[in-house]
Design a protein around this ligand. Sequence first.
Ligand SMILES: [Zn+2]
Length: 416
Amino acid sequence: MKKTLLYILISTILFNCKTAEKSTKWKGQAPVKAVSTDTKPIQKQYKDVFNLGDDVYVTNNFDGARLNGITRINDTLISTLITPENTPINTSPWYAFKIWSKKTTNIYLNLTYLNNVKHRYDPKISTDGKRWNTIEPENYQLIKTDTTSKSANIAQLKLTINTDTLWVAAQEVINSKDNKNWIQTLAKKPFVKSKLIGLSKEKRTIESLEIGKDSNQKMIAVISRQHPPEVTGYLAMKSFVETIASDSDLAKKFREQFSTYVVPMVNPDGVDNGHWRHNAGGIDLNRDWSNKNQPETNVVQDYYKSVTKNGKKIYFFVDFHSTYHDIFYTLNPVLTSNATGVVPKMIQQMGAELNLNPNIKPSDNINSVISSRYFFNTFNAESLTYEIGDNTPRDLLKEKGKVSAIKLMKLLLEQN
Ligand SMILES: [Zn+2]
């Protein structure tokens, strides 16, 4: 008993040393604890087009928007209030709205948070809702008006507005409709099927993609977007999945043996309601995998149970998220799975190819509270929580998704 514990401890230390990033400081999550996931009330936004006078308008009337209050302070200053769906909550304050004016005007726009909430996302702007840019640093500053507060409670943006609608958001707005469009595009390929697997709390559809031959007994599982603002993780997931569904010889060979089952958007209510973290039941879905109190976790679990019913085996599972920096939360490498060792090898090979030094955080905690532990415990899948940094360049995160998929396909084909 003691010996095993010591071994786990030593191997964890060694594993961490070998892969620790040079000197960059990075935030990992605290050990995940079981919490109540009973449904709690959430605050809905009042949605409208708001006339701010002098022909300036703002709206939050679209899926993915978040704007909880707005007021015009003077000719040049507009103040918005951004609040969460409920509390307590992980502070990832999401905001998204559109603004326009009948004449070209320069304005200052304040994003105001309450209760010591820290601003997290550098503002992104877009004129069409498709192509986004981060605001120029000279047009954006953090202000601390509350001296008792630990951090700035206002982010002030300088914007030029005109008759063209300007989108302002925490990250690229990718809502449930955008997700459906992506699924439908991919499902045009002869070896890809899309499926309606269930409904969310507010009766939005939850879809899956099934890639590869139906008769394959080997499979991998991919999920994403349990947490609504985590767009960078979602973008990496898309690249990962598109690589498996590509025309390369490797992908073709992989699909002959392995099928890939994807649930790209686990929390469509949270995404469309512009939530900071939770589902429409006011709960962090990635704490509900053992309690199963929320419809979304039930839909996803029932789906994977039904597809494995006839003996299909899940070799690998990945759940894509976003946080401050790129991090990989892995199982302790001494734990054996259907594809033992594939995750650390995949990360190491991806890092070597892209000249990165990945942050890997293995854990001994195998409590099924979170998705990756649930998939390990239930299906013995080699499991990974794949975190992409909020500010990771979009070209790089796509490369990470692509190269990870290539390395994974090679490793699984070699091993089996
Ligand atoms: Zn997350």
